[in-house]
Design a protein around this ligand. Structure first.
Ligand code: BG6
Length: 292
């Protein structure tokens, strides 16, 4: 008996700038995944506006992260003391595609792996795998295994999701009320969220602690709500650079802050992960959307 042709398609291609990508098309959603940083740069549910923001000014070159989509911050977040650059090296490393799977319902699963490199020498041996599932929703799973026989592995991890929105001044992020957050614009001062929904009228850069497994971005201009469902993400980072920071970033358009918001999911700072020898962890984020 012949196996039926999959109803979905995955095409490895090389962009004009030389960047290798996978283009994924399914009946209910399409995506683009760069091997550079394993960055998902595009996801679009059939019949809807793109879910992810990608800057028109993004660099696409070795050594620079992509400005938009979902960069992976790992094995550190931000720039802790002693680290030469921001958000770790996973987002600027070329990942390997390990497997592509077609589900009977049309969903596509792409599994990538971070190859071992010089930078790993500072850490116990580990494996980092990332599985991206494309269907009507986009699901991301980051799996870390400590392969050391005797040393614990301590790391930070964060899926740095840039959402595409119609107008930042008409966007709210719900689900954070009552949480403590570290305000990165006030020397990481610990504050308490009293608002039912976070709104944006100036720069915001906050790490919410003990985040719930469901958050919602409401976007009145695009008439859409985005649901963020997580497993094993104790932190939610909310970021919009606003006008001055947007102007200062060379790989971001001056007005682009109006059309994006980052709501990032992970385990950072004091809530970083520690894996004992042989242990694995997984961080899962499912992104779906519906009309308001
Ligand atoms: C966010 C941080 O996660 O990433 C911000 O909270 C930072 O402080 C932003 O500005 C972007 O970082 P980068 O390295 O991609 O410019």
């Amino acid at each position: 008996m012949n196996t039926p042709e999959p109803i979905s398609r995955v095409e490895p291609t090389t962009r004009q700038d030389g960047m290798p990508v996978l283009e994924v098309a399914t009946p209910r959603g399409m995506a683009e995944i760069h091997r550079h940083g394993a960055t998902v740069t595009h996801f679009q549910k059939t019949g809807e506006a793109p879910l992810l923001f990608l800057s028109q000014c993004s660099r696409f070159e070795a050594g620079s992260p992509i400005r938009g989509g979902i960069p992976i911050c790992f094995p550190w977040f931000g720039q802790p003391e002693g680290r030469a650059f921001m958000h770790g090296y996973a987002r600027i490393t070329q990942w390997e595609v390990e497997a592509v799977g077609y589900e009977p319902n049309g969903a596509v699963k792409v599994r990538l792996r971070l190859p071992h490199g010089e930078q790993d020498a500072a850490f116990p041996p580990f494996a980092l795998e990332y599985t991206v599932t494309i269907e009507e929703a986009l699901t991301l799973e980051l799996r870390v295994t400590n392969q050391s026989p005797d040393a614990p592995f301590e790391f930070e991890e964060c899926l740095h999701t840039y959402f595409h929105v119609g107008d930042i001044e008409q966007v709210t992020v719900g689900g954070l009320k009552g949480l403590h957050y570290l305000d990165r614009l006030a020397g990481s001062e610990r504050k308490h969220e009293t608002q039912a929904a976070v709104q944006f009228a100036s720069e915001v850069d906050r790490i919410y602690l003990e985040a719930p497994p469901k958050l919602e971005v409401r976007d009145a201009a695009l008439g859409r709500r985005i649901r963020i469902e997580t497993l094993n993400a104790r932190c939610a980072v909310v970021w919009n650079p606003w006008i001055n920071k947007a102007r200062a970033m060379p790989d971001f358009g001056d007005d682009e802050y109006r059309r994006m918001v980052c709501v990032e999911s992970g385990n950072v700072g004091s809530l970083r992960r520690v894996l004992q020898p042989g242990e694995s962890s997984h961080l899962t984020v499912r992104l779906s959307s519906a009309p308001l």
